[in-house]
Design a protein around this ligand. Structure first.
Ligand code: ATP
Ligand code: MG
Length: 391
């Protein structure tokens, strides 16, 4: 019965003169998200975005459209020709469907897009409500204060339309409307969530993953690739850079005190990411760090890793609890992959007793024997870069 989706978007509505740019980007991203299902007409009309769905399985299409960042909600609707009788008829179909699903009370809300129409929207609601009651023979009651379902009826300039449900989207802003960030993607739970959150605010992403092949195996890299593919579902194709830091880790273990390994290694990751970001026109870095989660993420640890970069580092999880992060990862579909046990380059040279109160001075001192620029440049030169797409 549904033949069209109404796409509701929130924040883009307040973007003033640039509004059309956001809307066009959103339309493009919606098209991209559903292209694997079929060919759809996605278009803008009177400040709204519509998707014609005709005979398609609407649930499948909605499930995809609601994942597009910028979409606040999706309403499956029935669209018909411009005729008031027809409008009543489709309102009846819509209410019958809700009754089938167990609904007991309703209310009609109306909009009149055609100002020539002789009734006010208030009068329309009363009239359509009476028509529905008459045709449904005691199966449902009106409740204007707290109805179980609202039947939204629209009499527009060129057509009529009815809808009753809104399936929630994630909100945010269309990807590609807020610059580009380089996200440090490990195989854990946190960094995919952090990446997703930043993308939700409209940033395009690239990923960098550090590994210690052949000390860490190929499967651990495949796991990261799988995570990147899941995020690509929301963002479109994403470039992934794989950087081998084994030589750096060896140099650290030969030249630094064991208790400093972790922070020094993390400082190298940040330096590499910082340099790579500049090469790839990324404006910021993203990490999945959360304050106090592990030894390297105390405020002292973060101060030390932050000191080696000169672009903004976004840490969207900084004040979040692990359980809340897990909730999001389950919701966006990365959790099951993240928890597969794999080797991680960080555990390779993990000290038994990491420094708990590192300072920038101590870390600078710990690194004096290392040829930092050379190690960073060589790691970057040896990287593998390729695009990742959702499959
Ligand atoms: P995650 O669950 O994201 O792995 P974590 O709790 O295990 O995080 P750490 O291992 O301390 O925390 O890493 C903190 C952040 O540093 C990660 O969220 C990620 O952004 C980055 N990071 C850690 N290891 C790697 C890696 N091998 N490649 C790329 N980024 C990494
Ligand atoms: Mg980790």
């Amino acid at each position: 019965m549904y033949n069209i989706l109404i796409v509701k978007y929130g924040e883009i509505g307040v973007k003033g003169k640039n509004r059309y740019l956001f809307e066009n980007k959103l339309i493009k991203n919606i098209r991209n998200m559903i292209k694997h299902i079929g060919e759809f007409n996605v278009y803008k009309e009177y400040g709204r975005i519509y998707v014609d769905i005709e005979d398609y399985n609407y649930e499948e299409v909605i499930e995809e459209v609601r994942k597009v960042f910028g979409v606040v909600g999706v309403c499956p609707a029935i669209k018909a020709e411009k005729s008031y009788d027809k409008l009543k008829e489709i309102a009846l179909i819509m209410l019958e469907k809700n009754i089938e699903e167990g609904c007991k009370t309703f209310k009609v809300e109306s909009r009149r897009g055609d100002k020539e129409f002789p009734m006010t929207s208030q009068e329309m609601s009363v009239d359509i409500g009476a028509y529905l009651l008459k045709n449904l023979d005691g199966k449902i009651k009106v409740d204007v204060r707290n109805p179980e379902v609202k039947i939204s009826c629209e009499y527009r300039e060129h057509h009529t339309m009815v809808y009753s449900k809104t399936i929630k989207g994630y909100g945010g802003l269309p990807v590609g409307t807020n610059g580009k960030a380089l996200s440090l993607l490990s195989g854990g739970i946190d960094s995919p969530v952090a990446s997703w959150m930043v993308a939700k605010r409209g940033m395009k992403l690239e990923f960098v993953h550090f590994h210690s092949y052949p000390f860490t195996n190929e499967r651990s890299q495949e796991k990261v690739l799988d995570l990147a593919k899941i995020i690509a579902k929301y963002c479109g194709k994403i470039k992934l850079h794989k950087v081998n830091i084994l030589e750096i880790q060896k140099a650290i273990s030969e030249n630094c005190h064991e208790s400093d390994y972790t922070i020094v290694a993390r400082r190298f990751m940040m330096r590499i990411a910082n340099k790579l970001a500049k090469e790839t026109n990324c404006d910021a870095l993203v990490t999945g760090e959360s304050i106090g989660q592990v030894a390297s993420q105390t405020i002292h640890g973060l101060t030390c890793t932050n000191a080696v970069v000169d672009i903004p580092v976004f840490r969207p999880l900084i004040a979040m609890d692990k359980l809340d992060i897990i909730d999001i990862s389950q919701n966006i579909g990365t959790y099951e992959t993240s928890i597969i046990p794999e080797e991680d380059c960080c555990s390779l040279f993990a000290p038994k007793n990491p420094t708990t109160r590192p300072t920038i001075e101590k870390m600078n001192l710990a690194e004096t024997k290392l040829d930092i620029d050379k190690l960073v440049d060589e790691a970057i030169e040896g990287r593998e870069s390729f695009y990742v797409e959702f499959e």
